[in-house]
Write a protein that binds this ligand. Structure first.
Ligand code: AMP
Length: 279
């Protein structure tokens, strides 16, 4: 596996691969890799001749400077894991290369970016869709791999691909979880021992909502009330949002139909976690 730091270099290599008729799979990440990321890379390895992974902690998608400052950075370990998972190229650009002083273009998906994460993290999705567009242009992938854990992000990227007529297939892969159900996330490293124990409650609330829907409950506000109860029973938690939404429009469903997407964002101590599941 080769580590590439320069945008011009990744472009040269992927262009050559394309000319040779190789299918390119691409997994964008922000590093501090875990099994969730590796599941995407392994899937890409099985489906493509060239597998490219990027690690870039994208400054313009962070709305809180403290979150950006404390984002874990473990490049040496990450590079080993990416190689073991079978990638060919690891692209690690610097913020200066991605956003030179003269930078002034953004990509914004209007409606789908507004609710949920968009409301609690203003500008977040504009940062995501801008950097993802740049990475797609540099890597020229045929297939890109995203995690269901960030369901709104995957939905926003799907819309961007459609709206901008990008010739790219999007695969969204299942959330990889710890044995107690906590969705793997780079931010989990920052949980205190006590918060780590408490963070199980997100998955418990999702399971409770799933059960209610499977039993035939259809009133969204009752399902959400039950999720809130489950979460509030654990001290040190604070809910940003809990909702049952249409997976296509991301709009709250007053009367739940299936498929439905259950969304959660919860502070556990000082760490903000998101999770979701489809039922
Ligand atoms: P991140 O490094 O957090 O930006 O994530 C990079 C990609 O990995 C995104 O497509 C995420 O949705 C995906 N991802 C993150 N956590 C998980 C997980 N636990 N299971 C599956 N995919 C994940």
């Amino acid at each position: 596996m080769r580590i590439i730091r320069h945008p011009a270099e990744i472009r040269r290599l992927t262009r050559r691969a394309k000319q040779q008729g190789k299918r390119i799979g691409f997994v964008p990440t922000m590093g501090a890799l875990h099994e969730g990321h590796l599941s995407l890379i392994r899937k890409a390895r099985g489906e493509n001749r060239l597998v490219v992974v990027s690690i870039f902690v994208n400054p313009i998608q962070f709305n809180r400077a403290s979150d950006l400052r404390s984002y874990p950075c473990t490049l040496q370990r990450d590079a080993r894991l990416v190689a073991e998972a079978g990638a060919d190229l690891l692209f690690v650009p610097s913020a200066k290369q991605m956003y030179p002083a003269s930078f002034q273009t953004t990509v914004e998906i209007s409606n789908l970016s507004r609710p949920w994460e968009g409301r609690f993290r203003p500008g977040h999705f504009r940062g995501v869709t801008t950097v993802v567009s740049k990475l797609f242009n540099l890597v020229q992938p045929d297939i890109v791999y995203f995690g269901q854990k960030d369901a709104q992000q995957a939905r926003v990227v799907r819309q961007m691909i459609r709206d901008l007529n990008l010739d790219i297939t999007l695969r969204v892969l299942p959330t990889v979880r710890e044995p107690d159900g906590l969705a793997m996330s780079s931010r989990n490293q920052r949980l205190s021992t006590e918060a780590r124990r408490s963070s199980r409650v997100l998955f418990q609330a999702l399971q409770e909502a799933t059960r209610l829907i499977q039993w035939g409950h259809r009133r969204e506000n009752e399902i959400v009330r039950r999720m809130r109860q489950v979460i509030r029973s654990v001290p040190g938690t604070r809910i940003d949002y809990a909702a049952v939404v249409d997976p296509e429009t991301l709009e709250r469903m007053r009367r739940v139909r299936r498929p439905a997407l259950i969304l959660l964002a919860v502070w556990v101590g000082k760490i903000r976690l998101i999770d979701c599941c489809e039922v």
